[in-house]
Design a protein around this ligand. Sequence first.
Ligand SMILES: C[S@@+](CC[C@H](N)C(=O)[O-])C[C@H]1O[C@@H](n2cnc3c(N)ncnc32)[C@H](O)[C@@H]1O
Length: 277
Amino acid sequence: MSAVVTELRMHEFRLLRDVIADYCGIYTPDEGMATFARKLTRAMQTTQAEDFTEYYHLLKYGDSSELERAVDAIVNNETYFFRELTQIEALLEIVRDAPAGARSIRILSAGCSTGEEAYTIAMLLDEAGLFDTGRRIEIHGVDISSRALEKARHARYTSNSFRSAEGRYLDWYFKPVEGILRLEESLRRRVSFSQVNLMDTKKLLSLGMFDIVLCRNVMIYFDSASRLRALDGLIGVTREAGHMFVGHSESLFNVTNALEMVQVGRAIGYRKPVEAA
Ligand SMILES: C[S@@+](CC[C@H](N)C(=O)[O-])C[C@H]1O[C@@H](n2cnc3c(N)ncnc32)[C@H](O)[C@@H]1O
């Protein structure tokens, strides 16, 4: 382990920023250099690298586990229960109106962070009785960050995650364990998680097809080429007539014509057209 702390120089910043953007899409603008340096210094100190140039070589030419650790250090995992709720309400409408059929309804939370988005969906589907209609519903969360996914699987949360949650959900679905709240097991079992880098289209496609894809507050951190690449993969796993939702501050207007903008309830979303036979 290196205890050396060196200053990040502009050319090193640009090299490191590019190696990280190439790997996961996250692009740090010049104004973000100080925070980037602070976060990466911590990750670098767990390696043998003596300075940022050596660290860059390690990330660029070493095995990918070091790159994964660096990404884990710089990602923004900010999330909370019931965030941008109108879209989750729209999702309930889509599930309610889904044409009858034998196959599962599949929902993807892409960039699920510590799990609050996926578990919010599970809570609201449960409250609406939609798990009891005989139709199987699968909820799957993916993220690049192993640290975030570990938290998602444990499903233990502090007050920060509940900033917009109504009290009844805490009473119904959470149990206090050692001073923090743990989501009860029956709901934890409704959601599965796996580690996927949205730049890895092949891995994304291996998850199969989804009826509803949420990718909210993830692609805003990407450079434009990576945004298109992630979007391509996500469209690839969206079923015909399936829906996609991005964050409130994001828009796919003029970004892709593979989806049509639709209003569902009070939310704006996107729908994959049905290919003409
Ligand atoms: C700000 S959080 C958004 C969480 C949640 N979707 C929400 O809106 O509350 C962004 C998440 O995207 C993940 N992420 C960033 N780049 C990714 C990539 N290339 N592949 C998969 N996940 C990524 C981060 O690890 C982080 O957990």
